[in-house]
Design a protein around this ligand. Structure first.
Ligand SMILES: C[S@@+](CC[C@H](N)C(=O)[O-])C[C@H]1O[C@@H](n2cnc3c(N)ncnc32)[C@H](O)[C@@H]1O
Length: 376
């Protein structure tokens, strides 16, 4: 199999790209970054992203007809990324949703002011029923329905037909309960009835109507190093973006989506396993080095590793030095070929722009390395 030479998402009609936007995720790089890397290595046969987030690299691989593997420790990221590899018809997803809702309302309705204000009563019952049923299912159709629901769970209230199930909220992150309740009560903003099935149907048609053929692969929920050590396949292109040093909000900001995937209905403040939670820069560099070592063990000689990395103003670090140190520290046969400022796509597409609440990230860089020697 050969990757095509398209380096820009503009090479595909807009409706073919819609599935990639199934659900926002706090930090995501633009599709053009992995597409450029795929074009730079046209002999690629299988692609890896050890910090896959919402699966942008996996979708780029699908567009270029290649299988791919993604790993992420955050269940929300893994659930969204999984949808990027699935091929199902819109009809099958809607049928499953209808079947679940017709089989009687079930599941435990969370109590408290937040829940009463966030979703209209009947909508919440439907949501809880879908949640309970999907927790027991692992078919591709169920995985797609799950990701669709994560995408419509919360977002702004629009004037016409509603796109989201919740009361007014951002789509990228879930507001904390105290803040949200104050916001809604102050404005006397009662939640509107949004029939779940109709909202699912509209979204599914839009996302899957022109989705490209899937080309295989898998998403693993877990730590990159542990997962890579268990994998058998080999890769020749790795495109990834680790969390920036000091990034702490992946888990808490996605608390409502985490609840939908089975967590308790509260904001979790831990961030277990998140690589960015290392106590200091040295430990973070070491942790990244271990990922590059484990990655090299799963790569063919001559493989290409492309990493987008940056820093948060709050952490005051030099991303280039940190990343170079981590590749050097890995002692795994990676030879750095290029380090440059991250491409300058439309500003809104830059991963840095997603860090609104933490302040804008500065200095995003792209590093490209080649696996010259295979690690022992
Ligand atoms: C910058 S984001 C990747 C975003 C991705 N490029 C996209 O377009 O969606 C980094 C990801 O690394 C994940 N992560 C952090 N620590 C990890 C670990 N130890 N193992 C696997 N994934 C981890 C985070 O959950 C987060 O989703």
């Amino acid at each position: 199999m050969m990757a095509t030479a398209a380096t820009s998402s503009l090479n595909w009609p807009e409706d073919v790209l819609r599935l990639n936007a199934i659900c926002p995720y706090y930090t995501m790089f633009p599709l053009d970054f992995p597409l450029q890397q795929l074009a730079a290595r046209p002999e690629t046969t299988r692609v890896l992203d050890p910090f896959c987030g919402r699966g942008t690299t996996l979708y780029a691989a699908r567009l270029t007809r290649l299988p791919s593997v993604g790993i992420d420790i955050n269940p929300v990221a893994a659930a969204i990324a999984e949808a990027k590899l699935i091929q199902v018809t819109p009809g099958s997803v809607v049928r499953l949703a209808r079947q679940i809702l017709n089989s009687g309302l079930s599941g435990e309705i969370p109590e408290g002011e937040f829940w009463r204000w966030c979703f209209e009563q009947e909508t919440l019952r439907e949501l809880v029923t879908l949640r309970a049923a999907l927790l027991e299912m692992n078919t591709p159709t169920a995985a797609m329905l799950r990701a669709v629901l994560l995408g419509i769970l919360h977002g702004p209230r629009n004037k016409g037909v509603p796109s989201y199930l919740s009361n007014q909220m951002p789509r990228t992150y879930a507001s904390k309960p105290g803040y949200a309740v104050k916001f809604w009560t102050k404005r006397e903003m009662e939640p509107a009835r949004v029939p779940a099935l109709a909202a699912i149907e509209r979204r599914v048609q839009r996302l899957l109507g022109a989705a490209p053929l899937a080309h295989g692969g898998k998403v693993y929920l877990g730590d990159s190093v542990e997962t890579l050590n268990r994998l058998r396949q080999k890769f020749d292109l790795v495109v990834t973006s680790p969390p920036y040093y000091g990034m702490r909000t992946y888990v808490a900001d996605q608390w409502l989506r985490s609840w939908f995937l089975g967590s308790s209905p509260e904001v979790p403040y831990g961030s277990q396993g998140q690589i960015a939670r290392q106590p200091n820069q040295k430990a973070f560099i070491q942790a990244l080095a271990e990922v590059w070592t484990a990655t090299a063990r799963r790569c063919h000689q001559g493989a290409r590793l492309a990493i987008r990395f940056g820093s948060l103003p709050s952490a005051r670090t030099d991303p280039e030095q940190m990343l170079l140190a981590s590749v050097k520290e890995s002692k795994a046969g990676w030879v750095v070929k290029e380090v440059r400022q991250a491409g300058t796509p439309a500003k809104r597409n830059r991963q840095a722009e997603q860090f609104g609440k933490a302040g804008s990230a500065i200095d995003e860089i792209d590093l490209v390395a080649e696996l010259v020697d295979l690690p022992r």
